[in-house]
Design a protein around this ligand. Structure first.
Ligand code: HEC
Ligand code: HEC
Length: 279
């Protein structure tokens, strides 16, 4: 178990890292305090807590713990196919603006599954000039329906990693425009209110601007059998300038949709609270 213990001993300064997950706050790992039993379970799971690791050894510790660390504290197992995804989307599926791969952690599982199938089956990413979509077409071609199911469940349940704000925008100015979007994307940007519109809250703002523009130009949502994409295309005329687009996206990503989702899902892992009953 030596290889799993942090490279620094108990005298090191302690840094704490809290990752909110859709099901509350999850410990990704815990500093091994000297007990052999603890060292066997560096990824112990708690309902509400934090992970403590020696600050000085954080990078090395993360590297040792990476496959498990990226996994949701409570959630589906990490499929081996995720090895492919993390190269572009990041170990935490948090996104990578430099290469144009968005945050996908925390999207609704059905939406993820549908997008992967859309890429694979020619409904998305096939338009001329869609170089970003084309990358996903190649990846999705490697996935059968079972793999898509595994990946969707896993990525959806991954820990919350709100994407950093990158837009020159006035989120308050975008609030009024967002009223239109809320009908499908939800008042809190949580998604899933109508037509399985995806979550926008906390996602990659630069990516959402690019997608909106893609719908507007017909690069996305133009396949004959893509009803949902067509619905989204129909809305794009309501946003009349690039600045208005940046503002409404800045507003959407700033919404607490993720928190609302976490609160709703938080009860799911408590055996004594039958939260589902109230739905
Ligand atoms: C070569 C880099 C690369 C790899 C590897 C990759 N992706 Fe992507 N992914 C992208 C890019 C770029 C986009 C944005 C596509 C666009 O702009 O239309 C994307 C978009 C997506 C989307 C759509 C997100 C949304 O909000 O609509 C999903 C879902 C997704 N990827 C899942 C995955 C999964 C699951 C894997 C692993 C099996 C994976 N990706 C591997 C680059 C990659
Ligand atoms: C009639 C319902 C509806 C309305 C209203 C709507 N959307 Fe959408 N939106 C959708 C659907 C459905 C999708 C997913 C399309 C798909 O599956 O490809 C989507 C996708 C998107 C995406 C791409 C997200 C991603 O992860 O790739 C963005 C960005 C977006 N919408 C922004 C907006 C904004 C901004 C507004 C308000 C101005 C808005 N939408 C209003 C239904 C809607």
């Amino acid at each position: 178990m030596q290889q799993e213990s942090p490279p620094h001993d108990t005298d090191s300064p302690i840094g704490e890292f809290v990752f909110a997950t859709p099901s509350g706050f999850g410990i990704l790992g815990r500093k091994s305090g000297g007990s052999a039993a603890r060292r066997e379970t560096p990824l112990s799971v708690h309902r509400a807590g934090r992970v403590s690791v020696p600050a000085a050894g954080l990078v090395a510790w993360l590297m040792l713990a990476v496959p498990g660390a990226a996994q949701a504290a409570i959630g589906p197992p990490r499929p081996t196919e995720f090895d492919i995804c993390q190269g572009c989307h990041g170990v935490f599926a948090q996104g990578n603006a430099e290469i144009g791969a968005p945050r996908i952690a925390g999207l609704d599982a059905r939406y993820i599954g549908r997008q992967l199938a859309d890429f694979r089956d020619g409904r998305r990413g096939a338009s001329a000039g869609d170089t970003y979509g084309a990358q996903m077409v190649q990846i999705a071609a490697l996935l059968d329906d079972t793999a898509i199911g595994r990946l969707s469940a896993y990525v959806s349940a991954m820990a919350e990693v709100p994407a950093p704000a990158t837009l020159q925008a006035d989120a308050r100015a975008g609030q009024a425009t967002f009223a239109t979007c809320a009908a499908c994307h939800g008042a809190q940007g949580e998604g899933g209110v109508s037509l399985e519109a995806p979550r926008l809250a906390g996602m990659s703002d630069w990516y959402l601007v690019r997608q909106f523009t893609a719908f507007a130009s017909g690069r996305r949502g133009n396949a004959p059998n893509d009803e949902r994409g067509a619905a989204m295309r129909g809305i794009t005329a309501t946003v009349t300038s690039e600045q208005a687009l940046r503002d409404v996206i800045a507003y959407a990503v700033s919404l607490p949709g993720a928190t609302a989702k976490a609160a709703a899902a938080g009860c799911a892992d408590s055996a004594s609270t039958p939260c589902g009953a109230s739905h």
